[in-house]
Design a protein around this ligand. Structure first.
Ligand SMILES: [Zn+2]
Length: 205
């Protein structure tokens, strides 16, 4: 009992740090595996006693269907609308009403990866320094890659009532096919893959 108790305490104390580490390691492993994969987003989620902290990173292709900087009025509207939608966690996940969750914090941003940070191609630059951009990504039309990033914090009065989380994300973003979810809760850290066909994350008690 005492070890379980202290583990729980540790998770609580280090919740934010752990989430940051998860997010970083997601980024690092994505880079290592060269996976800026269109159709696949990354989620880091930490569940504390009454708190859910979550980050979502998705390719622009999944969210608005393009990744270059918005040029036309239509594209700019699409980005603005997507940012608005992503700034509401209820557009991404659906929690059981009985858990009585409310949003404590929510934000969204769009990043353009023209060589600043985070892009998977960075890993390859050591191999071929002077290469023409993205020759190896024919299907990306030589475009820069961009991502949408959202961060949420929710507080739930009855967090034990959450036995599953439905990602309504797939209903709202038609190009999104899957999400890699790294979940940290009282049972430890687990990686899950959920998909458009299987959009529910089940939590162990
Ligand atoms: Zn891309």
């Amino acid at each position: 009992m005492s070890s379980a108790y202290s583990a729980e305490k540790m998770i609580k104390r280090n919740l934010i740090l752990i989430l940051i580490l998860v997010t970083c390691s997601l980024g690092a492993s994505a880079a290592a595996q060269s996976t800026h994969v269109h159709g696949q987003g990354q989620v880091g989620m930490a569940i504390d006693q009454n708190l859910i902290s979550m980050t979502l990173e998705s390719p622009g292709a999944d969210i608005v269907g393009f990744e270059h900087e918005a040029r036309t009025a239509e594209e700019k509207t699409a980005v603005t609308e997507a940012l608005k939608q992503l700034s509401n966690p209820m557009f991404v996940i659906q929690l059981p009403e009985s858990a009585s969750c409310k949003v404590v914090q929510a934000s969204s941003e769009v990043t353009s990866e023209n060589g600043d940070e985070g892009h998977a191609d960075h890993e390859e630059h050591t191999d071929h320094d002077e290469h023409e951009d993205h020759e190896d990504h024919a299907d990306h039309e030589n475009e820069a890659h961009g991502s949408f990033i959202a961060e949420y914090q929710l507080e739930c009065a009855t967090i034990a009532a959450i036995d599953s989380i439905k990602f309504v994300y797939f209903d709202h973003f038609r190009n999104a096919q899957s999400l890699i979810v790294v979940l940290i809760d009282k049972n430890g850290q687990h990686r899950h893959e959920i998909s458009r066909d299987n959009p529910i994350l089940y939590l162990k008690k």
